[in-house]
Design a protein around this ligand. Structure first.
Ligand SMILES: CC(=O)N[C@H]1[C@@H](OP(=O)(O)OP(=O)(O)OC[C@H]2O[C@@H](n3ccc(=O)[nH]c3=O)[C@H](O)[C@@H]2O)O[C@H](CO)[C@@H](O)[C@@H]1O[C@H](C)C(=O)N[C@@H](C)C(=O)N[C@H](CCC(=O)O)C(=O)O
Ligand SMILES: Nc1ncnc2c1ncn2[C@@H]1O[C@H](COP(=O)(O)OP(=O)(O)OP(=O)(O)O)[C@@H](O)[C@H]1O
Length: 530
């Protein structure tokens, strides 16, 4: 199946027969075509590290920048990281079957001491080249896919799931990349990063093409944009959800954070920007005619009208100033999910789908209501218990605001904050919890290498009043909140969503908020609580 893209280009859909999907590893193509090192060296100005002979005829069938992911026949890209130089892992990569090494001058120096036994090629800046080289090796798989990208502080995962759901409802085969999982057709594996590293991303796209995927939907994090991880991918349709303070430890200030997010639109043919906040309005003003503004109030190119909220979600109309419109619904709660759903629908319409076609397809698929693990996921109804990934101030404010109108009793929240990052948001999150909920339990999130008690103290610094308690153990905090709640109450367990591992001082502990909630509800049902 192929369809016209916004620029009139047509692309091949599905498997062209050159590469097959790997049956055991959905993230990699099974048999990429071999490439001679001499050809790669010519195309990317790579120099051999030594005078050795015969290197140019050595063939490689893929590239990996992590020895733990190397497969036989691949090129190992060894570059400097924040912690270690990848060249240290060359012996392990070669043992795993790497047939050659690509590194920088520092790496070549490290390797000079002992012959790695495979050809070594050198380039000044490996990360700057890696995406392009990997795309070349795998035959530019991104060009064979319809490509949708979502960025923004909050709502990327939810919106990406909604775009994916809409495309599937239209009968298309999709690939999904994001914080929760990576999915190739019908096979899903848990994700490690929101946006994969360059070599892994291109291998994944090749696996998607091999699997017969039509469209790629992916979340693009600000880190990925700042670090050039998605280079040289060009997106057909980009989407921007919103921007509020987060990741300032990495980007320095909001301006730098905005610039990283905005750069997605430099590598996209068309786009839709939610222009409800000042950053969205600025982005819409700074991008060209191919990027439309969407507002949930009046003023945008796309506007949302006729919102009818009920106990489960909201119905709404999405209309363009050119007359196109559709009516649909989402069963995900809260006004912010109307914005996410409207953005998802507008992105799909921007790719060239007719409104009536999408409206019909969504009507047959329950609207824009995909199951998004750990995003406003309701696990019990008396009391209502909701697990949500809200881990920054705005997300917490929105999640509590979404639950308040449908809570007949009291609203309780369990929150924490992660260690080693963004200290400034801790008291703000404490304040947002006190402002939005009736009672607050402050507990641990992922302390990483920071003392957990200090993190809790910084969250508590933003809180006041007797309705705030500190319970360090997260499972106990969740159990306490669920057992103490009245039947008409709502308990929001915020911050970790789908996550299943809590990292304390370098040690991973299994911890899944949803399991803890289910266990507490079972305890409550068994009448074993006071
Ligand atoms: C800032 C950043 O992008 N860091 C990533 C980077 O780490 P690093 O530079 O410290 O790498 P390193 O550990 O020094 O290793 C150097 C090289 O040696 C290789 N290596 C390393 C160890 C080993 O045993 N074998 C091996 O081959 C590594 O693959 C790497 O190529 O490369 C690592 C390997 O791929 C990533 O795990 C790591 O992500 C860390 C875990 C991370 O926390 N990244 C966050 C900041 C991130 O990117 N987050 C965004 C989403 C944020 C959000 O919206 O919430 C994301 O897109 O996920
Ligand atoms: N449009 C939105 N505006 C504000 N908050 C939102 C919005 N959409 C979702 N949220 C809140 O943010 C949390 C994270 O949502 P989601 O996972 O969809 O975003 P994300 O951008 O992928 O987050 P992250 O990058 O941290 O993985 C949700 O659990 C919800 O509380």
């Amino acid at each position: 199946m192929s369809r016209a893209l916004p620029d009139g280009r047509r692309r091949a859909g599905g498997n062209n027969g050159a590469v097959t999907a790997s049956p055991d590893d959905p993230l990699r193509p099974a048999a990429p075509a071999p490439r001679r090192l001499g050809d790669l060296a010519g195309a990317f100005a790579l120099s051999p590290a030594g005078p050795g002979e015969g290197w140019a005829c050595v063939e490689v069938t893929g590239v990996s920048a992590d020895n733990r992911l190397v497969r036989g026949g691949e090129l190992f890209a060894a570059h400097a990281g924040a912690h270690v130089h990848g060249a240290r892992f060359v012996p392990a990569a070669v043992a795993a079957g790497a047939r050659a090494v690509l590194t920088d001058p520092a790496g070549a120096e490290l390797l000079a001491a002992a012959d790695p036994g495979v050809p070594v090629l050198v380039t000044p800046d490996v990360p700057a080249l890696l995406g392009r080289l990997a795309a070349d090796l795998y035959g530019h798989p991104g060009r064979a896919l319809g490509t949708f990208a979502v960025t923004g502080t909050n709502g990327k995962t939810t919106t990406a799931f909604m775009v994916d759901h809409a495309l599937r409802s239209l009968g298309r085969r999709t690939g999904l990349i994001g914080t929760v999982e990576v999915r190739v057709g019908d096979r899903a594996v848990p994700a490690t990063l929101t946006t994969p590293q360059p070599a892994d991303l291109q291998a994944l796209l090749a696996a998607m093409v091999a699997d017969g995927v039509d469209d790629l939907v992916m979340e693009v994090s600000s880190h990925a944009l700042a670090l050039g991880r998605v280079d040289p991918l060009v997106y057909d349709v980009a989407g921007f959800t919103n921007l509020t303070a987060d990741h300032l430890d990495f980007h320095g200030d909001l301006e730098g954070y905005y610039a990283a997010k905005a750069s997605l639109f430099d590598i996209s043919r068309t786009g839709v920007v939610v222009a409800d906040d000042r950053w969205g309005r600025r982005l819409a003003a700074e991008t060209g005619d191919a990027v439309a503004a969407l507002t949930t109030g009046p003023g945008g190119d796309w506007t949302v009208t006729g919102v009818e909220a009920d106990a489960t979600g909201s119905a709404f109309t999405l209309a363009h100033r050119d007359g196109r419109s559709l009516r649909t619904r989402t069963d995900l709660p809260g006004a912010f999910n109307v914005a996410n759903a409207a953005l998802a629908a507008a992105m799909v319409l921007t790719s060239g789908v007719a409104p009536a076609e999408l409206e019909d397809a969504l009507a047959g698929a329950g609207g824009l209501s995909p199951q998004v693990p750990g995003r406003m996921e309701q696990l019990g109804d008396r009391p209502r218990v909701v697990v949500d990934f809200a881990h920054n101030t705005d997300a917490l404010v929105q999640a509590l605001a979404a639950l308040r109108p449908t809570t007949t009793g009291r609203l309780h929240v369990v929150i924490g904050a992660a260690g080693d990052r963004d200290r400034a948001k801790r008291p703000e999150m404490g304040r947002a919890a006190v402002d939005g909920a009736d009672t607050v339990i402050v507990t641990d999130d992922d302390p990483h290498d920071e003392p957990a008690a200090q993190i809790r103290a910084e969250v508590l610094a933003g809180t006041t009043g007797a309705a705030v308690r500190e319970i360090a153990d997260r499972a106990e905090a969740i159990r306490t909140a669920v057992l103490e709640a009245a039947d008409d109450d709502t308990v929001l367990v915020a911050g970790r969503g789908h996550e299943t591992v809590q990292e304390v001082a370098g040690v991973d502990h299994h911890l899944d908020d949803r399991e803890e909630v289910r266990a507490a509800l079972a305890l409550r049902a068994g009448g074993q609580h006071a």
